[in-house]
Design a protein around this ligand. Structure first.
Ligand SMILES: Nc1nc2c(c(=O)[nH]1)N[C@H]1C(S)=C(S)[C@@H](COP(=O)(O)OP(=O)(O)OC[C@H]3O[C@@H](n4cnc5c(=O)[nH]c(N)nc54)[C@H](O)[C@@H]3O)O[C@H]1N2
Ligand SMILES: Nc1nc2c(c(=O)[nH]1)N[C@H]1C(S)=C(S)[C@@H](COP(=O)(O)OP(=O)(O)OC[C@H]3O[C@@H](n4cnc5c(=O)[nH]c(N)nc54)[C@H](O)[C@@H]3O)O[C@H]1N2
Ligand code: SF4
Ligand SMILES: [Mo]
Length: 716
């Protein structure tokens, strides 16, 4: 098949495209220049350059530099597919959409509307995320909608809401990083996961900042640390308690701030009196001296920022662990002024916006609550329905998969996710989807989940699809496109409108452009915590990006939040007494090692896109397991050989990578591969009770060379 030719919507050949990287939460802007094939070749060549904006300052990382390779890949799905007799056959949109309508109506008539589930993602634009929530509640009438951000942001987002009254990822601007004199990076590997942000941290270091990294591994981020706390996985809540106790003992609490701006300190103080730093040291594996040293560095600095990401958050106590770190911010008063704040380092391209406008089970647009009568009445009015027609809250992403497995959800609509690879306990998820009555997947590629679908809807990629995305700072950015959709691919939002019309709800989905959807989103979010009313496409074009909350079209919005008040009704932020827990799984004779997991620079999430980019795939062809040399010797494992990793849930096989940059009691596996190399075959589905985040980051496992397993099987 020839490579996809990029044409503009007015059918001219396009030479230069302005776009935005489809991957992580920095949302770097870029220019793609296309050069005609040389004589005798049909290969177009692409030159990618970073374009300056406030976040990326013109930088791009290797993923952004090569994102066009998947967008122009010959593996793109170009036409709808329907499975007949176990085989996919090409279909027209009319056939595909009618099949979906008929099946959804049959499911709904037989089992009720809640037998249909909707599963979204944080790569979708704000317009699509908003419309997906509306589609589920109005066109399908189901309460079951959730999205992959549950696995990503739920612990930090719910903690921010409890403590500050609102969650906006970063409470400050990226521009505050160089002004901070101490930075805590807890469970975040910025150097591989948001690489274009690294210069902000190196600038801070040049300005004299102390950098504290909390990670069980010596990552590329830990390489810039002045203090590296190589914590035992799953014990961050305890570590945060230890740091707080040390701040108290060293007399480094900001009493004025505590009295004027916070509540709950008295209870916290009582709780602190029960904590001994030496107990924390033995729980976390960090010496008392190092805990004290880190606390003093943060406590004594005039300014400081604490960042957390998935290392701290993807735990069964991730919500509380984040609240533990927020205690440090409040106890020292390092928030609401330049060079200070807290940042939950959001992951996906629209991980921030995707969690604000209603694709979460308990949420309506603008961070409104689906269980709050006032919020229901407001959104129902914008949508032109009676509030009673709005379903109540559903369940979280993994719980939806359990309901699929239990035949409660019979039909599932997946847009922008690959759940059979990214859910914990992936085998159960795969079994559930294999037996469910009807699965629809809207994707650009034949992902592991799409392969299991009854109908696949081919969608446009980032380069072809106009919409807004909100970056990790809470800054809304407009990604415009005048590239023609390849084959018969459609925009996600356009599919939702067509399907809603077929289901009889055309008047609620009259949209012809993404901008028209954004205009409705503005109204639906107006007066909510995530207020986008003051933002419109013209303003975004003019200003390059606008922070929310932004209630007024002609007033600037604030990069630094909480300069005067927090978002709780009393204007105060809340302290929390956090329990110092052991991880939910601790090593035992059968499963003696703790497995954690995460990312590498060149791949993105389940790898559906990056494994289809030749340049990126070439950097890491296979998945691997990082093992300390002493541990490798103990289990007869040699460098580069296949290793079987087994947990209570299941097993997978990956290559060994022996390195002294990890704790001896811990192994690390990336998450970018499916099938037999999928780490999630072994991860635990236990959920954090506060936010339903799975405890991805700590599972206990055993490891064995594949050759040994084969020899043992031969003896049997
Ligand atoms: N290259 C690349 N970049 C990405 C992505 C990608 O897939 N690839 N994904 C994007 C998305 S959606 C997300 S959510 C972000 C994720 O960004 P991060 O959260 O930074 O990424 P992870 O690698 O999952 O985890 C970060 C670190 O946590 C450490 N860690 C593991 N267990 C623990 C623990 O118990 N405690 C502590 N303190 N640390 C621990 C790991 O060793 C790892 O270095 O990245 C975004 N950017
Ligand atoms: N063990 C372990 N598991 C994890 C994590 C971990 O750290 N460890 N991290 C979790 C986290 S933080 C996340 S965010 C999840 C993510 O996990 P997934 O939700 O599975 O994310 P992706 O791999 O990005 O899957 C997105 C799918 O949508 C498609 N896609 C991309 N853009 C679009 C679009 O605009 N429209 C449509 N319709 N489709 C699109 C892609 O081709 C791909 O098939 O994984 C979670 N799972
Ligand atoms: S992956 Fe993230 S840091 Fe890299 S270019 Fe894309 S948006 Fe920028
Ligand atoms: Mo994520």
């Amino acid at each position: 098949m020839p490579p996809l030719v990029i044409e503009s919507t007015n059918s001219d050949k396009l030479n230069v495209i302005q776009t935005q990287c489809p991957f992580c939460s920095v949302q770097c802007k870029m220019q793609v220049t296309i050069t005609e094939p040389a004589e005798g070749s049909n290969r177009l060549s692409y030159t990618i350059e970073g374009v300056a904006n406030a976040a990326s300052e013109g930088r791009l990382c290797v993923k952004g530099m090569n994102a066009h390779q998947h967008a122009t890949s010959t593996e793109r799905l170009l036409h709808p597919l329907i499975k007949r007799g176990g085989q996919f056959v090409e279909a027209t949109w009319e056939e595909a959409l009618r099949t979906i309508r008929d099946q959804f109506q049959a499911t709904s008539e037989k089992y009720g509307p809640d037998a249909i589930g909707v599963y979204g993602g944080g790569s979708l634009t704000n317009e699509t995320s908003y419309l997906l929530g509306k589609f589920a509640r109005i066109a399908l009438g189901t309460k079951y909608i959730d999205y992959n951000g549950r696995f990503c942001m739920s612990a930090a987002a719910s903690a921010g809401t409890k403590v500050f009254g609102v969650d906006r990822g970063l409470t400050c601007r990226l521009a505050d990083i160089p002004l901070a004199r101490c930075i805590i990076l807890a469970g975040t590997n910025i150097a591989e996961c948001q690489p274009t942000l690294m210069p902000y941290f190196t600038k801070a270091k040049e300005n004299g900042a102390t950098i504290i990294v909390i990670d069980p591994r010596v990552t590329a981020t830990a390489a810039i640390a002045d203090i590296h706390l190589q914590v035992k996985p799953g014990t961050d809540a305890a570590l945060a308690n230890g740091l707080l106790k040390a701040l108290e003992e060293e007399g480094l609490l900001n009493e004025k701030f505590i009295v004027e701006k916070t509540s709950g300190f008295y209870e916290l103080k009582k709780h602190l009196s029960t904590i001994q730093i030496e107990d924390i040291a033995s729980l976390t594996g960090i010496s008392e001296a190092d805990i004290r040293k880190a606390a003093i560095a943060y406590g004594k600095a005039d300014t400081g920022i604490v960042f957390t990401a998935r290392g701290v958050e993807q735990q069964t106590d991730g919500h509380m662990a984040v609240r533990g770190f927020l205690n440090l911010v409040l106890a020292t008063g390092k928030i609401g002024k330049p060079g200070c704040g807290y940042g939950a380092v959001t992951g996906q391209g629209n991980g921030q916006g995707g969690r604000e406008h209603g694709q979460k089970s308990d949420q309506l647009p603008g961070y409104r609550s689906i269980e709050n009568e006032h919020d229901r009445a407001y959104v129902a009015k914008v949508w032109g329905i009676e509030p009673e027609r709005l379903p109540r809250k559903g369940v979280s992403a993994y719980e939806m998969m359990e309901l699929v497995h239990q035949d409660v959800i019979r039909s599932l609509f997946v847009m922008g996710s690959n759940p059979v690879v990214s859910n914990p306990n992936a085998t159960l998820v795969e079994d559930g989807l294999a037996k469910c009555d009807f699965l629809v997947v809207a994707d650009m590629f034949m992902s592991e989940t799409a392969r299991m679908a009854d109908v696949i809807l081919p969608v446009t990629s980032y380069i072809e699809n106009t919409g807004t995305l909100t970056n990790l700072e809470g800054r809304v950015l407009l990604r415009e496109s005048n590239v023609v959709a390849p084959g018969s691919t459609k925009h996600d939002w356009s599919i939702l409108c067509e399907l809603a019309s077929l289901l009889g709800y055309e008047s609620y989905f009259p949209f012809q452009t993404a901008e028209q959807i954004f205009e409705e989103l503005r109204l639906a979010s107006r007066g909510g915590l995530a207020d986008y009313y003051g933002i419109n496409y013209d303003r975004l074009r003019r200003e390059g990006g606008v922070y929310w909350p932004c209630p007024s079209p002609d007033k600037p919005s604030a990069g630094i939040m909480f300069q005067n008040f927090f978002a709780h009704p009393d204007g105060r932020a809340t302290f929390t007494a956090v329990e110092s827990r052991q991880p939910h799984e601790t090593p035992c004779e059968q499963y003696p090692l703790t497995m954690t997991n995460g990312r590498v620079l060149s791949h993105y999430l389940t790898g559906v896109q990056t494994r289809r980019s030749k340049t990126l795939a070439a950097r890491n062809m296979d998945n691997f397991i990082e093992i300390h040399p002493k541990t490798a010797t103990q289990y007869w494992i040699e460098e580069g050989e296949w290793v079987v990793v087994q947990s209570k849930r299941g097993s997978f096989t990956v290559r060994s990578r022996i390195t002294d940059q990890i704790r001896e009691d811990t192994v690390f596996v990336p998450m970018h591969w499916g099938g037999a190399q999928n780490v999630n075959r072994a991860t635990s589905p236990e959920l954090d009770p506060n936010c339903k985040m799975p405890g991805f980051k700590t599972s206990t496992v055993s490891i064995m060379p594949l050759r040994l397993q084969q020899e043992l099987q031969a003896i049997d």
